[in-house]
Design a protein around this ligand. Structure first.
Ligand SMILES: NC(=O)c1ccc[n+]([C@@H]2O[C@H](COP(=O)([O-])OP(=O)(O)OC[C@H]3O[C@@H](n4cnc5c(N)ncnc54)[C@H](O)[C@@H]3O)[C@@H](O)[C@H]2O)c1
Length: 324
């Protein structure tokens, strides 16, 4: 049955890909974004499609959503990287936005689908991470944990509002997503920056020794998780990891070598290693990040379709077009 889906952060990376997928499936989409990180170009494919409406608004404003109605609200708008300077903004704005979105979902009796992150598992050394794994963060003086803490706070608020006030919700914990429309700076993740460096034949900078691992997810698979959360009744009241096949886990150095090899085949990659100590703020990294996706696969029929090399080829093709 077609729904009206409100998407905060619709002009961003995940939001623009999700908007297009929902519109093509016959749903109506009301996209909201203030263009602080996203852009109009990301929405080109959606503009003009029947059922798409866009509102340029700042979701931290108390009345930003007050005249917007829908069956489901997908809340993507977020501050993401407090590593260098903006940990206050991360904590404050993510909290304010979650509260306003929860309030509006309650008023509309709509389902709230909230984008959380694999970063909430933090430094938990026990992998793979399943939805009931412990969330192990470092000290509050280390800025990077402000993002995970803000998402954990929002998760608690959503779950408590569900229990005490009847909020309908689904929480998705995303593992590093990449693909077309990704932000071309570090905001978009390491692959954006590595691809740009390889295009220019410049050294790829790796943090620490590059042996930290990640499980990168092509955006079509991330979007599949959201579509299932929006459309399947079984998603109600649950938390799900959304990620690729755990077998695609790679070291960051492995990712850099793969990208370099796809762009400059036969050339020895140029890699430089940046000690964590130069980051300031007592930076801490997550050394292994591996998802358990059995819950979403079993409950919602989620099947990740893209391997790392295939997804990276598609992403490189897209980014080549953007850089030209
Ligand atoms: N991309 C990933 O790999 C990843 C991983 C884990 C979690 N997530 C979560 O998924 C969500 C989407 O991530 P993304 O990669 O698409 O990020 P993004 O930055 O590309 O998109 C977020 C969008 O929200 C908008 N936005 C931010 N603050 C706003 C405000 N106050 N009012 C209106 N719009 C605002 C930005 O302009 C941007 O277009 C975020 O909540 C993020 O924390 C993403």
């Amino acid at each position: 049955m077609p729904q009206t889906v409100v998407i905060t952060g619709a002009a961003g990376f995940v939001g623009s890909n999700l908007s297009l997928r929902l519109l093509r499936a016959g749903h109506r989409v009301i996209g909201v974004d203030d263009f602080s990180y996203g852009n109009r170009e990301n929405l080109q494919a959606c503009i003009g499609l029947p059922g798409f409406r866009f509102e340029e608004r700042n979701v931290t404003e108390p009345k930003a959503l007050s005249d917007i109605e829908g069956d489901t609200i997908v809340h993507l708008a977020s501050q993401k990287i407090p590593r260098y300077t903006n940990s206050y903004r991360t904590i404050e704005e993510n909290n304010v936005m979650s509260s306003l979105v929860i309030k509006r979902a309650l008023e509309l009796d709509a389902r709230l689908v909230f984008a959380s992150t694999s970063d909430v598992y933090g430094k938990n050394p026990r992998t793979p991470f399943s939805e009931d794994s412990d969330l192990v963060l470092g000290p509050t003086k280390v800025k990077r944990w402000a993002y995970a803490a803000s998402k954990i706070h929002s998760e608690h608020k959503i779950i408590a509002t569900g229990e005490e006030k009847g909020l309908h919700y689904t929480i998705l914990r995303l593992f590093g997503s990449y693909g077309p429309n990704q932000n071309l700076t570090w905001w978009g993740g390491p692959q954006s920056v590595f691809i740009a460096k390889a295009f220019n034949g410049e050294p790829i900078e790796l943090h620490g020794d590059g042996q930290q691992t990640r499980t990168f997810t092509f955006v079509d698979d991330t979007v599949q998780g959201f579509v299932l959360a929006v459309t399947k009744p079984e998603a109600a009241g649950e938390i799900f990891n959304v990620a690729s096949d755990p077998a695609t886990e790679t070291t960051i150095e492995g990712l850099a070598r793969l990208i370099w090899g796809l762009i400059r085949p036969g050339e020895e990659p140029k890699l430089t290693f940046i000690p964590y100590a130069t980051f300031g703020g007592g930076y801490e990294d997550v050394m292994r990040r591996v998802p358990d996706i059995s819950k979403i696969s079993r409950a919602l029929g989620f099947v990740p379709r893209f391997g790392l090399e295939e997804g990276m080829r598609l992403t490189i093709d897209w980014q080549r077009g953007r850089s030209a």
